[in-house]
Design a protein around this ligand. Structure first.
Ligand SMILES: [Zn+2]
Length: 139
């Protein structure tokens, strides 16, 4: 499948096959107005199968939390048809409202409006700690 390359925007590549939809919904893209291409199960020499997302005319997208969904993906910023920046996703040090605390005694369980804040404990073991109750969650 071929999709025309974009002039201005973001390409998220090397997404693990099947993760593309999750990433897209996390980005909060408005599919009624934004130009978005989601390519699922593209062939990849590295991964076998991968997903690719192309966002046209969108450069101001918060990608901090995406590392939690797929820390192997790459994000390319394209302006006027040229690649201006390429970022490899990594686990963020601080994740807000991405991981939910499952500890029933945690304050976030009692107060639904509260943000779920998790801090990276160890990038090797991919463990996060709840800022409120110290509950450890493995990604
Ligand atoms: Zn907690």
């Amino acid at each position: 499948m071929e999709v025309n390359s974009i002039e201005n925007g973001i390409v998220i590549d090397h997404i693990k096959a099947g993760q593309g939809l999750k990433i897209l919904s996390h980005l909060g893209i408005d599919t009624r107005t934004d130009t978005v291409a989601l390519i699922m199960n593209a062939t990849s020499s590295k991964l076998g199968r991968k997903d690719i997302i192309k966002l046209e005319n969108l450069l101001d997208v918060d990608i901090t939390a995406l590392g939690l969904l797929d820390c192997g993906a790459t994000v390319s910023y394209i302006e006027k048809g040229k690649l201006v920046r390429k970022v490899k996703l990594a686990l963020p040090d601080r994740a807000v409202d991405v991981i939910r605390c499952k500890n029933p005694r945690c304050v976030t369980s009692a107060e639904p409006g509260l943000e779920h804040v998790f801090l990276l404990v160890d990038p090797q073991t991919q463990e996060y700690r709840c800022e409120y109750c110290d509950e450890i969650v493995k990604i």
